[in-house]
Design a protein around this ligand. Structure first.
Ligand code: SF4
Length: 322
């Protein structure tokens, strides 16, 4: 089996809801509620779901930008969830994040050079000269020019800003990149350019990606495997090809139905998801999807289906397959 780079076991993040005059805890939002998966070295794992499903919180937990309520994240045999501040700082050199909104994640008062140099300074890498050389090199690598180094973020287009965000994530030569909706804020015409760039960089620098998106169409071409999340849990996870050709979970089937097909002769069964996504502070009993599922059975309303491997490499949480 290919070497595992990242292993996630029963990861949970519950945010307290405080209320009343004394600000006491009156409930909790189970943003991530028992997620387990692994990521192999060199692969791209896509994580997909509607907003509020916990996919971005999961991304932040992997880097410990948030502390988990429970569970374990192992990166190269180190448990990220228990590392000291100093150990965490060292590990973060190897794990970087690309954010959805490149404008919000780039300091508007700093030049591109300063923005890109910062991770090197934080990790004590290189001399001043070496750092400047690396900034120029990385700008060229992501399709910008070294003369852009002296400009400020507002002087760039959305696509160029995301290229700066990508360059920043690569400055420390990481092994793992968590890309949180990296193309969602971009025009469709720019999206494929940025996706192609990410694919080229993966080959060139031997990168491993966790690619978070709300649209199955976006992750299709870039992902080797795809996991679908619903209300804080994974409900299906398998090879990309299998997921798109033979989705098993009714929620995945409905999500795929919304993805346009380029072949006009291909007819797909119409499946719609009815109703809104329930609140993660008050998820439905049993299968969390039962309030919107057209296949719902009695057992679905009371008993939560286990997330099980029902055929090699194909995990599903649904009573239809038990
Ligand atoms: Fe639908 Fe039941 Fe499967 Fe949930 S467990 S997805 S409600 S069939």
């Amino acid at each position: 089996m290919t070497e595992l780079l990242l292993q996630v076991e029963n990861l949970k993040k519950h945010f307290p809801i405080n209320g009343g005059i004394f600000g006491k805890k009156v409930g909790e939002v189970k943003a991530v509620d028992g997620v387990s998966f692994y990521v192999k070295k060199g692969e791209t794992l896509g994580i997909v779901g509607e907003s509020g499903c916990g996919k971005s919180t999961t991304g932040r937990l992997l880097l410990r930008l948030l502390d988990p309520t429970e569970g374990k994240v192992t990166f190269e045999n180190k448990d990220v969830t228990t590392l000291s501040k100093e150990e965490l700082r060292k590990v973060r050199r190897e794990m970087q994040m690309i954010f959805q909104d490149p404008f919000a994640s780039l300091n508007p008062r700093h030049t591109v050079e300063k923005i890109l140099e910062e991770p090197l300074i934080v990790h004590g890498i290189g001399t001043k000269e070496e750092r400047k050389r690396r900034v120029r090199e990385m700008l060229e690598v992501v399709g910008l020019s070294s003369y852009h180094a002296k400009r400020y973020p507002h002087q760039f287009s959305g696509g160029q800003r995301q290229r700066i965000g990508i360059a920043r994530s690569l400055m420390t030569n990481p092994k793992l990149i968590i890309a949180d909706e990296p193309v969602s804020a971009l025009d469709v015409s720019i999206q494929s350019q940025v996706l192609n760039l990410l694919e080229d960089l993966q080959k060139e620098y031997d990168l491993t990606y966790v690619f978070i998106a709300h649209d199955l169409g976006v992750v299709r071409h870039i992902s080797d495997r795809v996991g679908v999340m619903y209300l804080g849990r994974l409900i299906e996870l398998t090879d990309s090809e299998k997921l798109y050709e033979k989705p098993l979970h009714p929620y995945t089937q409905a999500l795929l139905n919304a993805v346009p097909i380029p072949d006009p002769d291909f007819k797909r069964e119409e499946i719609e998801i009815s109703g809104e996504i329930p609140s993660p502070s008050n998820p439905p009993a049993g299968c969390a999807f039962h309030t919107r599922c057209r296949e719902c059975m009695d057992i679905c309303k009371t008993t939560r289906p286990e997330f099980k491997e029902i055929e090699p490499n194909h995990f599903v949480a649904c009573h239809l397959y038990e």
